[in-house]
Design a protein around this ligand. Sequence first.
Ligand code: XUL
Ligand code: CO
Length: 438
Amino acid sequence: MELFANIPTIQYEGAKSKNPLAFRFYDAERVILGKKMKEHLPFAMAWWHNLCATGTDMFGRGTADKSFGAAEGTMEHAKAKVDAGFAFMQKLGIEYFCFHDVDLVPEADDLKETNRRLDEISDYLLQKMQQTGIKCLWGTANMFSNPRYCNGAGSSNSADVFAFAAAQVKKALDITVKLGGKGYVFWGGREGYETLLNTDVKFEQENIARLMKMAVAYGRSIGFTGDFYIEPKPKEPMKHQYDFDAATAIGFLRQYGLDKDFKLNIEANHATLAGHTFQHDLRISAINGMLGSIDANQGDLLLGWDTDEFPFDVYTATACMYEVLKAGGLTGGFNFDAKTRRASYTAEDMFEAFILGMDTFALGLIKAAELIEDGRIDDFIAKRYASYRETEIGKKILSGEATLAELSAYAENMGAPELPGSGKQENLQSVVNGILFG
Ligand code: XUL
Ligand code: CO
């Protein structure tokens, strides 16, 4: 039986197309700023949402059938998911996937058996990868679902749980390297706390760093040359997550000497949960040389949790692609860490969700390139700070020669300084609208 038999290979048909199973903006071969769209946008499928999640929520069972013709919890099912995943990616022209260890195989009671299953499924995956040319963007270990991790993994109070987490990281790294993955992700999971009444924050953070250092040492020893990533998130499942946002994660990485091996994997919905825009966390990562990869999704600003929706907001995607273009691209890619809504439970919905996400980012790319080529925003920002380049006192401040005493003497003779110049926010917003809809 051909999987997704009633779904055609998805083609680019242009903005006017009314075909729900076609791209309106994502045209893989189209060249933007000297590079093909598919090179600007290395899209990835998240194994967990697309092939495992059935739409379960706190109030109800799953709505989607992800059995792919096999019984859940078996290796047949694990293989059926590989078949389905590759058929899915091929129909959409998606070239990468991302996985957690336990997305690939059902976890056994015994670690040795889980690891044996991982060996078996990764052989099968490799075969499929060789046949199709599809690649692994990043791997990770799920150190949050199993009850053993109720107090965290690296941050657990239990040394045995820490050791078990280390074993999972080791195996997930083995599989990532075997599959040629470009990156390895640490999303905090339950690395955080609920109350300080029972928590030694300093001890927990030091232990997380210890686990990461072991991962770097082991990864490099088995030939992993890619980037490690921290994926910041401020809350959920824990009330306080240690990797709150990009700035916090960067400080942590520098404090523990991990900043040469790690970059950040920025997720849109996590940034907005932290009270930032997606663009803010991208910018903070980029200016620190740590923008590595992106979990491309969208939150609902009216809700206080991680809704992991497929990206639809073209303003946000444009802002994202503006940051990515300015940063010279990603070392990683754009992983759709996104799920269809509970009521969108058909196979067609899965495809339409990816079409939406890919088209949204394609539009974002097109419009971000236009904004950069237009130049008005860059010009405005450059002029806004011109006093530091064009006046004697500004040059002195920048060179580090100026002292407080000197600036004080200068200010005393200045009279009242002129206002610093209009910020022109409304004008610039209108420039953005002109480019988006003009
Ligand atoms: C959770 C989340 C994870 C990570 C990988 O919010 O984003 O799926 O991307 O563990
Ligand atoms: Co994510």
